[in-house]
Design a protein around this ligand. Structure first.
Ligand code: ATP
Ligand code: FE
Length: 355
């Protein structure tokens, strides 16, 4: 099976060609065209600008992906496209592009949930078996999912306010570090003392897997302002200690909630217990290490896909499309672009925390 994937739900225009042979996926090409410089001046993604840029770049990305994979449209078996959730203008651009290709070629069309793309990535990269526990932790999302199949997810909990990546970015902003803040805060934290500032670990006193990260930045702001008021500014040491204290709080919350989520997951007695983490924040080595420690203690394997496949890309969409295709799923020209699209059918009201 050779499948084209298309992704345009946020600020990356992406196309990829994936081949699955005897159940083994291989990425023939994966083109990602970011839009960071277009949105830089506005301090966030501007939906109208994003939609226009996607519409301009989709054709180019698709052509590039086909060329790099050394295949023509006639060599494809299907076209998979992100049909939501995301910024509606961008999702629409992608869906229109995919429909155009399927109308011209007669290829089957498959609409993919962007979050399912992220959630299935550990199968693409590490071939892990269902059911596994997944923590999706990025700039826009933070949730635990038990992944039972390509269309079957159970959400165990997630952030009730900010996503951790967002908290890292805000922390960086408060301390005058560049954006995206995650890697810079991590760098600073390496030189810092995590015990000097004791930041709150919200919701740890409550049962369940829900998390909260917005209070952390308020605590950090207060600690920063207290230092500035007392000494007129921040020393390098202060900055490093603030970053280390912040990062330790995030790592502690994620680790403890992961332990609880593993408890729920392991109660199902999965034959091969596996925990996978994905999303930009999974790049943080301190957070990754504390999650790995929890998994080892609880008896679950630990998987973290390479960063390029953890952040937005079209290879994951092609892969999710390939699984859906194999399961007999097909869409037609009525496929709609959906701004919201909960993964977990049983509790739609709970989904989308942090976005
Ligand atoms: P989504 O794809 O869920 O809509 P997104 O595009 O913002 O959201 P990603 O691209 O997966 O998310 O991740 C980007 C986020 O990851 C940013 O908030 C960034 O600060 C954070 N991040 C990247 N590297 C690190 C790191 N080393 N430590 C902590 N956070 C990091
Ligand atoms: Fe994403």
């Amino acid at each position: 099976l050779t499948i084209l994937g298309i992704e345009s739900s946020c600020d990356d225009t992406a196309a990829a060609v994936l081949r699955v042979e005897d159940g083994l996926p291989s990425i023939l090409s994966s083109v990602v065209h970011g839009q960071a410089e277009l949105h830089e001046a506005y301090g966030g993604v501007v939906p109208e600008i994003a939609a226009r840029a996607h519409a301009e770049k989709l054709d180019i990305c698709v052509k590039k992906a086909l060329t790099q994979a050394n295949v023509t449209l006639s060599a494809l078996d299907a076209v998979a496209v992100t049909a939501g959730p995301g910024l509606i203008g961008g999702v629409l651009s992608g869906v229109m592009c995919a429909k155009g290709i399927t109308v011209a070629t007669g290829l089957p069309l498959i609409g993919v949930n962007h979050l399912a793309g992220h959630a299935l990535t550990p199968r693409l990269t590490d071939l892990i078996a269902y059911p596994y526990l997944m923590l999706l932790v990025s700039g826009g999302h933070c949730q635990f999912l038990i992944v039972h199949g390509c269309e079957e997810f159970t959400r165990l909990g997630g952030t009730i306010d900010d996503a951790p990546g967002e908290a890292f970015d805000k922390t960086a902003r408060l301390l005058g570090l560049p954006q995206p803040g995650g890697p810079h805060v991590e760098q600073e934290a390496k030189q810092g003392d995590p015990t000097r500032f004791r930041f709150p670990r919200p919701l740890l006193d409550r049962p369940g897997c829900d998390m909260s990260f917005s209070g952390l930045k308020t605590a950090l702001l207060r600690a920063r302002d207290t230092l500035i008021a007392a000494q007129g500014g921040l020393t390098r040491r202060d900055r490093a200690d603030l970053c280390a204290g912040f990062q330790a709080a995030v790592a502690d919350v994620l680790a403890e909630k992961t332990r609880r989520a593993l408890g729920v997951y392991l109660a199902e007695a999965p034959p091969m217990p596996m925990f996978a983490v994905a999303g930009g924040v999974a790049a943080n080595s301190a957070i990754r290490a504390s999650l790995e420690t929890v998994c080892a203690a609880e008896g679950a394997g630990f998987v973290a896909p390479p960063l390029a496949l953890c952040t937005d890309n079209a290879a994951m969409i092609a892969y999710a499309g390939a699984e859906l295709f194999a399961a007999g799923h097909r869409d037609d020209l009525t496929l709609a672009a959906r701004p919201r699209w909960p993964l977990d059918r049983s509790s739609p009201a709970l989904i989308g925390g942090g976005k």
